[in-house]
Design a binder for this molecule. Structure first.
Ligand SMILES: Cc1ncc(COP(=O)(O)O)c(C=O)c1O
Length: 308
């Protein structure tokens, strides 16, 4: 098929289902897929910026490690997945994209409840880039420390395997909206800070960065920030982050593939620092976007390729 042309059908994105590349609006998964009925799935999201994937290998490493931990057999190998993601971006014609790949346990075989017997399924799609906080929103994120729920414990669901167990995060979102904010931050059962729906959290304390060690996804943006901070001579710690520290920090920010480095300017209606984007956050945000043209990190999309 000639989905390499970025025609109108593909303008909202391209998806891969059952060996076919289709416009994202037409993509369908089977109703009985346990990715849907049991959240038995892992996934990853890699960004495309200026026509190039950002840290593609690191995202694929995390994805394939997650599949292995869930004892899934991915139907495509690593180079086939790489080619597929490239093909989806090419089909969409997007220069800035949000590219997701997921592996589900699959569909139960004739009434069997034994997950070892299912054929695991791979899906993927490329859609326009998604922002948790749009860059023009200089006011930053208004965070709410969630009271109604705690982050699911790591010994129940491994947060380092990117997953769809978003019940706690979604509940946190509703609480944040109810309380007049938009960006929940969840604590764990010990009362320590974890993360929010789709983002890691950093605090700037005495000029140094602190980000939670456990109960969180090991975000690729988090890793990028830790590397860039070290290059800029900032000290960094991955450790427990207590709620009072969050409230006393001079700056706070969130990190995600969907938006990069995003300033958190208030917590529960109280300003962080002077309530504006701090200079550590602003410098790291600049460094993060500059890194998108750093050869260490980028894999250009092969838009000219005609290979199917
Ligand atoms: C729960 C959670 N934490 C953190 C992140 C940020 O991870 P990354 O920087 O790899 O996008 C995500 C990304 O979707 C996430 O779902």
């Amino acid at each position: 098929m000639s989905e390499t042309r970025a025609d109108a059908d593909f303008a909202r994105g391209a998806a891969y289902v059952d060996g076919e590349v289709v416009p994202v609006d037409q993509a369908r998964i089977p109703l009985l897929d346990t990715g849907l009925t049991r959240s038995d799935v892992t996934y990853d999201v890699v960004g495309v910026w200026g026509g190039a994937f950002f840290r593609l290998d690191d995202h694929l490493d995390r994805f394939l490690r997650g599949c292995e931990r869930l004892r899934m057999t991915v139907p495509l190998d690593r180079s086939e997945i790489t080619e597929l993601l490239d093909r989806l971006v090419r089909a969409s014609g997007l220069r800035e994209a949000y590219v997701e790949v997921m592996c589900t346990r699959g569909v139960p075989t004739s009434g069997s409840r034994d997950p070892r017997t299912y054929d695991n399924r791979l899906y993927a799609y490329a859609i326009p880039y998604v922002w948790i906080l749009r860059p023009e929103e200089e006011a930053g994120m208004d965070a709410v420390v969630v009271r109604s729920t705690r982050r699911i414990p790591p010994d129940s669901v491994d947060p380092t395997v990117k997953n769809f167990h978003w019940g706690d995060l979604t509940r946190g979102l509703f609480e944040a909206y109810d309380r007049g904010g938009r960006y929940p931050i969840l604590l764990d059962h010990r009362g320590f800070v974890t993360e929010g729906p789709g983002y890691n959290v950093f605090a700037v304390v005495d000029g140094a960065l602190v980000t939670p060690a456990v109960g969180v996804l090991e975000g690729i943006t988090r890793r990028t920030v830790l590397e860039l901070a070290a290059e800029h001579g900032l000290s960094t710690t991955i450790d427990d982050l207590e709620e009072p520290t969050l409230r006393q920090a001079s700056e706070l920010f969130a990190t995600s593939t969907a938006g990069g480095v995003m300033a958190i300017t208030s917590v529960d209606d109280s300003p962080v620092g002077d309530g504006r984007v701090g200079h550590v956050t602003a410098n790291l945000r600049d460094a993060y976007w500059k890194a998108h043209s750093d050869q260490r990190y980028v894999t250009p999309v092969d838009y000219a390729s005609r290979t199917q």
